[in-house]
Design a protein around this ligand. Structure first.
Ligand SMILES: [Zn+2]
Ligand SMILES: [Zn+2]
Length: 99
């Protein structure tokens, strides 16, 4: 069973490795406009990372009308991805795709 699913909207694309899941999120989905600052970021992991690295939880909750459970769920996804992913490999693959 693939362990990583995309999870954006109702997308159920599944992948053996987390790097492929992030590449999929970044290349196959529309970009996401941050509701806090208006920056355009890839949806999925990169959108979560942007929200929690660049903004406080309070800003996130206000802008997205989120509750504590939604924040915890995203923080958990971020931790799991960062524990498993070689983000440099993801960036390299995205750069290769752009050539
Ligand atoms: Zn997807
Ligand atoms: Zn932002």
């Amino acid at each position: 069973m693939p362990r990583w699913t995309c999870g954006i909207g109702d997308c159920d694309a599944a992948f053996e490795d987390v790097e492929s899941a992030i590449v999929h999120q970044t290349t196959e989905h529309q970009r996401h406009e941050c509701k806090v600052c208006g920056t355009i970021v890839p949806d999925g992991y990169f959108a979560i990372r942007h929200a929690f690295d660049e903004h406080t939880r309070a800003e996130y909750v206000r802008a997205y009308d989120a509750d504590a459970a939604a924040v915890r769920e995203r923080e958990q996804v971020k931790e799991e991805v960062e524990a498993a992913a070689d983000l440099q490999a993801v960036v390299d693959r995205l750069n290769d795709d752009a050539l």
